[in-house]
Design a protein around this ligand. Structure first.
Ligand code: SF4
Length: 350
């Protein structure tokens, strides 16, 4: 261990001593999950400080029904465009990757270009994500409206981050003491979004140094008995957020209740397409999406407990045995920012 690591450990131990009891922290951003696992940050924490991975990866929390519905669209002859991460998420109807005729995109603009140049096809953009993606999707829908694209629509499972944090705080079994808050989301929403949480939180950037200092700040708040929300990523985050991005989100989308995979119904936990843009909502356009969906299949996956912070990924009996990043059983092992995949990819460092 380097002298720098020893110094970090010394600081953490001092703060843990001041607190004088076990604490449970949670990161709620997939990029944090990956960075923490890659840098081996958990190795530097004293045994009394547990850092859990929460519902911070959009691929992990997107509903199983969303994948089944996207597959239904493909099988109905509709051209579906997705980001590559969605291809391997298991559902009762299989995976999108097993279907023919999908378009894998790298930017949302590609879908609009495709729809414009293929007026004979119905094109659906199937998308998941948190506020940064929601604001980009709002621009896409606004552009589609301006271009009067009749063959374009969107099937979305967009997540509204704040309500799920309140839900996690109320969970007696998880019993959280503080959050490492998502820097990318806060760059759009502002750090003020997190005001009023019953536990302290620190908005963090993504370098190991920034994450380490954010954890130290968080422990310091807990030691002092404060529930402050601190911004440790001021180069990208301001309290009020990005006014243009927020305006776009609110003009195109509206909050709705939604299913988070493994967590269940989160009141106000989704963003749905608002009525002014209802003509671009695939749920309204295609009757095949109204048909009953196949029941959930129990594959032994414990993503729900991982995402609620009740277990660490390697406490799942399938971790690394049946479930690997090459053969994911659950959504948390699909994207490298999923809690299970982040740990699996960086198992040497953890
Ligand atoms: S290791 Fe695999 S099966 Fe277990 S919780 Fe994670 S994704 Fe699910």
């Amino acid at each position: 261990m380097s002298s720098k690591q020893e110094m970090v450990q010394h600081v953490f131990c001092g703060l843990a001593d001041k607190i004088g009891r076990p604490v449970r922290l949670m990161e709620v951003c997939g990029s944090h999950s990956f960075a923490i696992a890659k840098a081996g940050i958990r190795n530097l924490l004293p045994p009394s400080v547990q850092l859990l991975s929460g519902p911070g990866c959009p691929v992990c929390v997107s509903g199983e029904d969303f994948i089944s519905r996207s597959i239904r669209l493909v099988r109905s002859g509709i051209r579906v465009a997705v980001f590559g991460d969605l291809m391997r998420i298991p559902s009762p109807l299989g995976t999108l990757g097993a279907e023919k005729g999908l378009i894998v995109i790298y930017s949302p603009e590609e879908v609009l270009d495709y729809a414009e140049s293929h007026p004979e096809e119905q094109v659906v953009f199937s998308a998941v994500g948190f506020e940064p993606t929601v604001s980009a999707a709002a621009v896409v829908l606004e552009t589609a409206r301006k271009k009067n694209l009749k063959n374009f629509s969107m099937l979305c499972d967009f997540k509204n981050v704040r309500p799920v944090l309140d839900l996690l705080c109320a969970d007696q079994e998880t019993a959280l003491d503080g959050f490492l808050l998502p820097g990318h989301v806060a760059a759009v929403t502002g750090s003020d979004l997190f005001k009023g949480l019953p536990v302290p939180g620190v908005v963090s950037g993504f370098s190991p140094e920034n994450i380490l200092s954010s954890i130290a700040l968080l422990l310091n708040e807990i030691a002092a008995g404060r529930n402050s929300i601190l911004n440790n990523y001021p180069s990208a985050v301001v309290p009020e957020g990005n006014p243009e991005g927020l305006k776009m989100i609110k003009s195109v989308f509206e909050p709705a209740d939604g299913e988070w995979r493994g967590i269940g119904l989160v009141v106000g936990g989704n963003w749905k397409i608002g009525s002014a843009y209802g003509g671009f909502d695939a749920m309204e356009r295609f009757s095949v999406l109204q048909e009953p969906l196949p029941p959930h299949q129990d594959r032994g996956c414990r993503c729900g407990e991982v995402l609620k912070g009740r277990i660490m990924p390697d406490e799942c009996p399938l971790f690394g045995k049946i479930c690997t990043s090459e053969h994911p059983v659950g959504a948390c092992m699909v994207s490298e920012e999923g809690a299970c995949a982040a740990l699996w990819h960086n198992r040497e460092a953890v």
